[in-house]
Write a protein that binds this ligand. Sequence first.
Ligand code: NAD
Ligand code: LMR
Length: 339
Amino acid sequence: LNRASSSSSSKSQVFRRAYSDSSVPGRKVAVLGAAGGIGQPLSLLMKLNPLVSSLSLYDIAGTPGVAADVGHINTRSEVKGYAGEDQLGEALEGSDVVIIPAGVPRKPGMTRDDLFNINAGIVKSLCLAISKYCPNALVNMISNPVNSTVPIAAEVFKKAGTYDEKRLFGVTTLDVVRAKTFYAGKANVPVAEVNVPVVGGHAGITILPLFSHATPKANLSDGDIKALTKRTQDGGTEVVEAKAGKGSATLSMAYAGALFADACLKGLNGVPDVVECSYVQSSVTELPFFASKVRLGKNGVEEVLGLGPLSDFEKEGLESLKPELKASIEKGIKFANQS
Ligand code: NAD
Ligand code: LMR
């Protein structure tokens, strides 16, 4: 017994030494909406991330419990819970990355845009606080409709004089996660090896997976590509319907959100060649915001990568998505400037 406990304590010393290594800088990550369906598993996954030294869990209520629970996990980060608006400033102060899954989710029959009336106001007030308390943080926007909430955030930051287009991201990683899963199943290739860029936006036909760029290559028919595209575009709805009124994707979203935040942290830490798809300010098309591959670096977006050659089917998809994405962007900008 003694031997067992002394060996486990020496192991935990090695563990601690590894994480106090000065080559891994301390990073504070705040999760806004941390008591929610996405917020809780996302907080868990961020607690498991060795790049995080301080984890700040904010919600309007319920966060002391989530923080106490997650905080007992013996990994690097210290965890603090903050509840209510009067604690938002403290929750945000010093954050390197702020992840926002705050807001209401869809029920069957709703579009993401149906969430606009409630979530636009939530996002606006959270972004106002970010501009005040951690204007240099990288913001990972999960709250829907992402096609509009990212432009809202940009306008709020512009008004506050803190906007830096390199630091604002709409999280579209779940679309990539889904495209990879569905492609691997259809192409019968190992899912862990699959890469598929997804561009455009994050709602219905604005989600455009580029299966012509998918690797490993597979000889799929046009019909297969069409069906895979549709399933990726409808992935969120598939989960909303399966949950039958109990919300939308939370677990796969937490996974995707944790992947994207990890990529942001790696970029901040100077890890080279960190590339993820994200919905960012863009000149890839004529639209001011667009999701495409982005290289992440010490200041956030280092480079917005172009689309590369598209199949005729993808070219068509790109043209069809533009009017809807444009309208969603304009709706967000208008909201931020009128209220
Ligand atoms: P949820 O209702 O389970 O949780 C939302 C949480 O936000 C709740 O705990 C609530 O208290 C909190 N909240 C509300 N107002 C707040 C405020 N002003 N400040 C801080 N927190 C606040 O919902 P969920 O399933 O976690 O989904 C959250 C959002 O994420 C929804 O808008 C949903 O559509 C979106 N979503 C986006 C993606 C994506 O791919 N980007 C994927 C899934 C869900
Ligand atoms: C998703 O893609 O799962 C999210 O945007 C949630 C939703 O409403 O579909």
